[in-house]
Design a protein around this ligand. Structure first.
Ligand code: TXA
Ligand code: MG
Length: 334
């Protein structure tokens, strides 16, 4: 049985477990993570096993700040420094060449490591109290919907003796933006709530390549630089598809769970899970309603396409684009 523990008690037991090379689930501002000692290959292997994650998909290393980040990479560069100073603690993960002290298993045998400082007091307190970096993939069984509250984690790993430290609901609600700073030109490997324009501005207006355009369509015409970005992911157990607003409004089948932002105009029938039409609130609520729709016993889930055309400012659009990437993969078969 998984156990949800609050505040200081959770952190104290969490630190003990981390020291014993055992996984511990912890909150971040994006989604809950499955933590383990990043410097201990056995602890990291236990996270891969618990999640049933392919060994080819590397993990993010979570740090409490720039000083700790410098210790996990071979060379901390000016671009990394600019992004970290502007946005950490926060939802952006930086990929750089890895330091020799980071075990190969963390990085799926590659030369790079992904580093992030999460903006959640419980996550920061856990890392500080442990005194070193911790890996933190999203705390869901591989391929499933990411967890945005402790109950999602406990449900996902109900058969296991896992400690989940309670930090409430995650306020960003989708995973961090991943930016690769190993080359001359910065590349976005995963979209998130921090948009490409914002990051480009932070880098003094330099060009940032968006490597997710093709990958989000499941197209692998470019070499895979971030293995976790291809194929089905974020998936409910219930069959799931995208729906236009017209289809959503016309949906009268009580066996369909409908996730929709235009619910005010929707006839009350079936199972309706409302979402906000504003980008940040939509993202914050998306995984929560996906978990609820999946648990309601419907035959099918329809997700109304988000109102991306109505987004007025660039970062709202960026958030909806990040959401669309998740929805494309949540509804992809295979
Ligand atoms: O918001 C987040 O990033 C959350 C919270 C818990 O911090 N974590 C998270 O981890 O989403 P995960 O493992 O679910 O996703 C990590 C993504 C994967 O797509 C993986 O392929 C990519 O980051 N990644 C990790 N290390 C990488 C590396 N060295 N190079 C390129 N991509 C990497
Ligand atoms: Mg994940």
């Amino acid at each position: 049985m998984s156990r949800i523990l609050e505040g200081p008690e959770g952190i104290a037991l969490g630190v003990r477990r981390l020291s014993e090379a055992l996984p511990v689930a912890f909150p971040t501002e994006t989604v809950y993570g499955l933590g383990a000692d990043a410097l201990n290959p056995d602890a990291v292997a236990a996270v891969f096993a618990l999640k049933r994650r392919p060994a080819s998909n590397p993990l993010i290393v979570h740090v409490s700040g720039i000083a700790m980040a410098r210790g996990v990479v071979k060379m901390w560069n000016d671009q990394a420094d600019a992004i970290a100073r502007a946005h950490w603690p926060g939802p952006v993960t930086i990929v750089l060449k890895k330091h020799d002290s980071i075990p190969g298993v963390v990085c799926a045998g590659g030369e790079t490591v992904a580093v992030r400082c999460p903006a959640h007091p419980v996550a920061l307190a856990l890392i500080e109290a442990f005194g070193g970096p911790i890996v933190g993939p999203s705390a869901n069984p591989s391929g499933r919907i990411s967890p945005t509250c402790p109950e999602h984690v406990a449900d996902g790993f109900s058969e296991h003796d896992l400690i989940v430290i309670d930090g409430g609901a995650c306020h960003a609600g989708i995973e961090s933006t991943v930016i690769d700073l190993t080359g001359d030109t910065a590349c976005i490997l995963r979209r998130g709530v921090l948009g490409i324009e914002t990051l480009s501005n932070t880098l003094g207006g330099t060009k940032v390549i968006d490597r997710t355009r093709d990958l989000s369509q499941g197209c692998d015409s470019e070499p895979a630089r971030s293995p976790g970005l291809i194929g089905a992911h974020y998936q409910p157990r219930t069959p799931c598809r995208l729906a236009s607003t017209d289809e959503a409004l016309g949906c009268e089948n009580a066996r369909i769970a409908l996730i929709a932002w235009s619910t005010k105009e929707h006839p009350a029938s079936g199972q309706i899970f409302p979402l906000s039409d504003s980008a940040h609130e939509y993202a914050a609520g998306l995984y929560r309603v996906m978990h609820m729709a999946d648990a309601c016993g419907a035959d099918e889930i329809w997700i109304e396409l988000p109102p991306i055309g109505a987004a007025t400012e660039p970062n709202e659009r960026a958030v909806f684009e990040a959401v669309l990437e998740r929805l494309a993969r949540a509804t992809q078969s295979g």
